[in-house]
Design a protein around this ligand. Sequence first.
Ligand code: ADP
Length: 633
Amino acid sequence: MKCDPNQFRAPPPSLAVKTRLIRQLFLPPLVVALMIGLGFIGFWISEYYGIRTLSDTGERQLELHARTVESELGKYTYLPSLLELESSVSKLLAEPNQETRKTVNDYLEGLNRRSRSRAIYVMDTTGRVLATSNWRDADSYQGEDLSFRAYFQNAVRGQPGRFYGIGSTNGEPGYYLAHGLEEHGKIIGVAVVKVRLEALEERWQRARLEAFVSDENGIIILSSDPARRLKAVRPLSDDTRDRLAHSLQYYWATLNELEPLARERLNEVSETLTFPANSEVVNDAHEVSYLAQTRPLLDTPWHFTLLTPLNDLRRAAINQGILVAVAFGLVAFLLIAWNERRKVIATRLAAREALQEANSQLERRIAERTSDLRASNERLKGQIRERRQAEETLRRAQDELVQAGKLAAIGQMSTSIAHELNQPLAALRTLSGNTVRFLERGALDTASANLKTINELIDRMGRITASLRSFARRGDDQSQASLTKAVDAAFQVLGARVDSQPLSVHRDFATVQLQIDQTRLEQILVNLIGNALDAMQDQPSPELWLEGSSSEGKYRLRVRDNGHGVDAEARKHLFEPFFTTKPGEQGLGLGLTLSASLAAATGGNLAVEHPASGGTAFVLSLPLAGIQPTEST
Ligand code: ADP
């Protein structure tokens, strides 16, 4: 039994290998790309929400510190207007003289000390300083013409003068608050308070706060980082630059732009700014980013900007991005490992199932084949039984055939014998009657001649009965037969029929001993020669050839006649039992069957030939027992 090998064969390897190769080639870059992508998204989300949180906190901080700046500035707002109340000031403005100037100078000096301002001074309507708190100093403003100052120009027009500038005398920056001094509704002079705002900057630095204040021109006037001071937060047009240069508001400062490395506006009040790293502040980074939130300061055209460093936030966002990427990588790795393990288990299970299926199929097939074998064994046994029975039946039929053939031959012979014996008997009756009469008459010679004839007739009758006896005798398989004797005996049996025809017999065979019982050989020859005689009945010159030849231990006797032959249809049935073409009771159809069976029983055979010249030839082939010289007749 064979098992189908295809059943256990894996699917075509090319496909499986190709998909695995594609997976192995593309999966790692895909996972890496997804890690980078997700890491970036994680970074972006973390930064976005971080900035939002910072922005919320920053807004509160912005409000707080902006208010501090506003209150710091507001502290001095009222101070210039106070001078209106001082009569010595009005007097000085009305009639400037040394004494009044001295009085006012002393007054301003005391006031300045108490208010902790930088300087307080009074100008006439032309912009000349009449009295000042720093009258003792070498770089005193006394007598200076400050009419070009914008705060003066505003104040002399009755508007509040707010101004940040760098002093033209000593180059010291300060916040100038100017107020137009009125008397009877008319401006008679201008009072100015100069305030230093460094305290704010110092406070920011102490609190590690990064902030700056930009003025109406967009110039940073206060900054926690001195490097940013006097930088422009927005681009300055050439006109503005010219104007500012003429006004000497910032003295001779260059007014460079604040140039961040990157700038991204988030909304109206906030943006992100990236500056090159200030080595004092940040040691481990090349650049530093800030969330810049800006708010206008009340009562001034200035803006307060709070800078919240984003580096920590960025670092945290990067860490979170890396965390997301690593987490994804880990999950992807676990998923891939799990998937591979699942596949291995599935493959093992499939293989085990296939094996079990194959086993059960094998067992099924073995069972089927076994039952098939058992059935065919049973069939064979049945066939063997049937064959044995058939052989038995055949053997019995053969015996019966032999017996029937014998009976038929006996029947035929008895007719011939009766015919043969009746003739001499009738002749004997006539001869004996005549002999009696001849004896009564005394004709002794004639009587003697009749008695002689009677003797001959009795001899012939004896021969006939002798052949009948020999034919009826039961054969012995072990015995030998003489061919010549058998031929003679056959002619003797058929004597009457031979004599009734003008038959020519051609004998051309050896005197051989054949391995067959004598009676059986005679029986075969009686059949063959008898059939030949029947076939040649209507032949005017019947001829019979008996031709012998030996080969390979066998002797072939060819019994040929020139009779009517056998037609094509009858040729097929010649050796079948009870096949006969003879009318009435003349034929039993057993002669050839019996003869063939007798020949076969001794290891020989009987065949038929149909010569082209006409007639029929039966070839009897029998094993040789011995050979003697050829005899011809
Ligand atoms: P039976 O002689 O009783 O018919 P056989 O078995 O001896 O039975 O012969 C069968 C038939 O074979 C005969 O009826 C005859 O037709 C044919 N046959 C036998 N021998 C010859 C022959 N020599 N020539 C022509 N026909 C023959």
